[in-house]
Design a protein around this ligand. Structure first.
Ligand code: DX5
Ligand code: ZN
Length: 232
C-alpha cells in the first residue's frame, strides 16, 4: 500500500499578481505541498519561476515546497534553490537532464533537502529503477512538461504501477499533468500518492473546494483498492 495521499498545488496556474492570497487560501484548505514549476526555456519550451520566487513564497507560508526543476544542468542550480527553500523541502530534477543523477541527488541531500527524480511520458522506468532506494520521490510526468492545462496521457499509468511494485514502501510516487477530479482515482489506484494539480485547483474559481474534492477522491480510491485486494 502506498504512503498517505498528499495534494501538491502547482502555482503555475495561480494568479501571479495575487499569489499571496492564492497561497493563503490553499493553506487554509489543507493543501500538503506547494509545487513550484521551474522552467528554463531549454529543457522545456517555456520560462517560469526562479529562486527569488521560492524565497518569497518561503517568507509567507510554512507549507513544504515541492520544487520541480525542468532545467538543463540541474547540478549548477540545486544549491541556489536549496538555499532559497529550506531544510525538509523537496527538489526534483529530470532524469533526461543529467548523466550523473546520483551526484545531483547527493547535492540536494547534502543541502538538507529531500530529493526527487522525474521522468517524461516517453522515458522508460528503467532510467530511474536503480535510484529508487536513493530518492525520496519519483515524479511521473503525465503530460510533456512545459505548460499547465494539458490533457492527461493515460499511457503513463502502467509506469506508475511498475514503479510502485518495485519501490520501497515509503517511497512517494508523484503524478503531474492533466490531473482532474475524474482521473485522479486511476492514478492513485496504480500507486501514485502525491498528486499535482494546477488547473484543477486554480482554474475552478474555488481552490479550497477543489483541493478537498481531489483529496476525497484520492482517499476513496485508496480505500476501494484496499478493499478489492482484501476481498480478492
Ligand atoms: C507542467 C508542470 C505541471 C503543471 C500541471 O510542465 O510540471 O506541474 O503545472 O498543470 P495542470 O495540472 O494544469 O496539468
Ligand atoms: Zn510540475
Amino acid at each position: 500500500m502506498q504512503p498517505r495521499i498528499k495534494i501538491a498545488a502547482s502555482i503555475l496556474a495561480a494568479n501571479p499578481v495575487r499569489l499571496e492570497e492564492e497561497i493563503k487560501q490553499i493553506e487554509m484548505a489543507g493543501v500538503d505541498l506547494i509545487h513550484i514549476d521551474v522552467m528554463d526555456g531549454h529543457f522545456v519550451p517555456n520560462i517560469t519561476m526562479g529562486p527569488f520566487i521560492v524565497e518569497g513564497i518561503k517568507r509567507i507560508t510554512k507549507i513544504p515546497l515541492d520544487i520541480h526543476l525542468m532545467i538543463e544542468h540541474p547540478e549548477r542550480y540545486v544549491k541556489t534553490f536549496a538555499e532559497a527553500a529550506g531544510k525538509g523541502d523537496l527538489i526534483t530534477f529530470h532524469i533526461e537532464t543529467t548523466k550523473k543523477p546520483k551526484e545531483v541527488i547527493s547535492l540536494i541531500k547534502d543541502a538538507g533537502l529531500k530529493a526527487g527524480v522525474s521522468l517524461n511520458p516517453d522515458t522508460s522506468t528503467e532510467s530511474v529503477e536503480n535510484l529508487l532506494d536513493t530518492v525520496d520521490m519519483v515524479l511521473v510526468m503525465s503530460v510533456n512538461p512545459g505548460f499547465a492545462g494539458q490533457r492527461f496521457i493515460s499511457k503513463v499509468l502502467p509506469k506508475i504501477a511498475r514503479l510502485r511494485s518495485m519501490a520501497p514502501d515509503e517511497l512517494d510516487i508523484e503524478v503531474d499533468g492533466g490531473i482532474t477530479t475524474e482521473n485522479i482515482s486511476q492514478a492513485v489506484r496504480e500507486g501514485a500518492n502525491v498528486i499535482v494539480a494546477a488547473s484543477a485547483i486554480f482554474k475552478t474559481g474555488d481552490s479550497s473546494n477543489a483541493i478537498k474534492t481531489l483529496k476525497q477522491k484520492a482517499e476513496q480510491a485508496i480505500r476501494e483498492e484496499y478493499h478489492n485486494k482484501v476481498n480478492a
